[in-house]
Design a protein around this ligand. Structure first.
Ligand code: GLU
Length: 415
């Protein structure tokens, strides 16, 4: 990944808030409360490794804002996790739930660890240890974690189990993204990509873009990137390039996504698939495609490479992949950016559906989940596009205008 020129993600998130506060009216007494999380928990999680040695991992949970409902957001396991990153992600979650008009606030958690270096039992100890550190501060109706980068339904199930053991009663609603067999929602596994796909289709229609032969490049082949590639291919779009942390592959007539996934499963990377050309992650970002879909980490498109971006549009499936400095350059270039707080909100939307199903203890069919997701994503996209035209601002600022206003109004109404 493009790790040179890493910006501080919280400084970037704060810059975006500052920018929007100059465009809409927000009470300064409210704005000042939105500049930092309401609460941040820092913890050290000791894990007895398989070798017998004890390692201690640093972790956080940032509870940014709860004006619209309980804190909500995933838990990330990654070597690059930092306090600044977790704070930024929790601020973005606050805007995301607000753009989708969900009765939820924003939060985020993270552990600084490379999970690929841990055995399954070490990973389980880490997940359970993290829950022991935060369980007094979370709960259904208080703060509901979920998966994020490198965390999955199995990890959610361990955390739920640990929470129930600690509190002594069943509480499926304490966490979302659980396995379907353990009170999870159907469709939660594909929700981020599926939601982003609905948004892209709506934007294509609104912009009058030619669907035939539309080319897409995807950076990142984790859950969101891989699922998005499959959905795009199934819908007849040409996915010409994909990448993972080891590099990328390109084929101008479109990749066979089933073959890419099989190759990745076998070899651990997309790189080296027969009939494809190798490209670096940097080159992939600079391809002249219709849609560039960053689906990895923050800061990938920054001041250093923004001028070289040739895509017509960027769909932010990752959180924070484009820095504010790059935003300004791309806006001048006329690149349309579909912001993360809208584009990747499908995950948290189905998480909300999971909370509703847990509350009623009634579970929905996949078709019902997807129909409701589509309705939510379409409505939010239409509203953001309308605000963009009315305010004559970027899609990001339009989404922020809607979100910050919703959160600020809820805060003011409680004063
Ligand atoms: N981690 C996801 C996100 O960044 C999902 C959060 C959730 O489901 O609560 O939106």
């Amino acid at each position: 990944m493009n790790t040179n020129k890493m910006d501080d993600p919280f400084a970037n998130a704060s810059k975006q808030l500052e920018e929007i506060s100059g465009l809409i009216e927000v009470d300064p007494n409210v704005l000042v409360k939105l500049q930092e999380p309401e609460k941040v928990i820092t913890l050290r999680v000791p894990v007895e490794m398989d070798s017998g040695e004890t390692k201690v991992f640093t972790a956080w949970r940032s509870q940014f804002n709860s004006a619209l409902g309980p804190y909500k957001g995933g838990i990330r396991f990654h070597e690059q996790v930092s306090l600044e990153e977790v704070k930024a992600l929790s601020m973005w979650m606050t805007w995301k739930t607000a753009v989708l008009d969900l009765p939820l606030g924003g939060g985020k958690g993270g552990i600084k660890v490379n999970p690929k270096k841990l055995s399954e039992s070490e990973l389980e100890k880490l997940a359970r240890g993290y829950m022991r550190g935060i369980y007094r501060d979370i709960g259904p109706g208080v703060d509901i974690p979920a998966p994020d980068v490198n965390t999955d339904p199995k990890i959610m199930a361990w955390m739920k189990d640990e929470y129930e053991k600690l509190t002594g009663s069943p509480a499926p609603g304490v966490i979302t993204g659980k396995p379907v067999a353990d009170k999870g929602s159907k469709g939660r596994d594909i929700a981020t990509a599926q939601g982003g796909f609905y948004v892209m289709e709506k934007v294509i229609a609104a912009q009058g873009m030619e669907k035939d032969g539309l080319q897409i490049a995807i950076q990142g082949y984790g859950n969101a990137g891989e699922t998005f590639a499959r959905l795009a291919k199934e819908a007849g779009y040409k996915v010409v390039a994909v990448s993972d942390s080891k590099g990328g592959i390109y084929n101008e007539s479109g990749l066979d996504i089933t073959a890419v996934s099989e190759h990745k499963k076998k070899t651990g990377s997309v790189v080296g698939l027969d009939g494809t050309e190798s490209v670096s992650n940097e080159d992939l970002l600079e391809l002249a495609v219709d849609f560039l879909v960053p689906a990895a980490l923050e800061d990938q498109i920054n001041e250093g490479n923004a001028k070289k971006i040739k895509a017509c549009a960027i769909l932010e499936l990752a959180n924070g992949p484009v820095t504010p400095a790059a935003d300004a350059i791309l806006e001048k270039q006329g690149t349309l950016i579909v912001p993360d707080v809208l584009a990747n909100a499908g995950g948290v939307t189905v998480s909300y559906f999971e909370m509703v199903q847990n509350k009623d203890d009634k579970y929905w069919k996949l078709a019902g989940v997807l129909a409701k997701l589509k309705e939510k994503m379409d409505k939010a996209t239409t509203k953001v596009l309308q605000a963009k035209d009315e305010m004559k601002v970027s899609m990001r600022m339009a989404a922020y205008a809607l979100a910050v206003k919703r959160v600020a109004d809820a805060m003011e109404s409680k004063e």
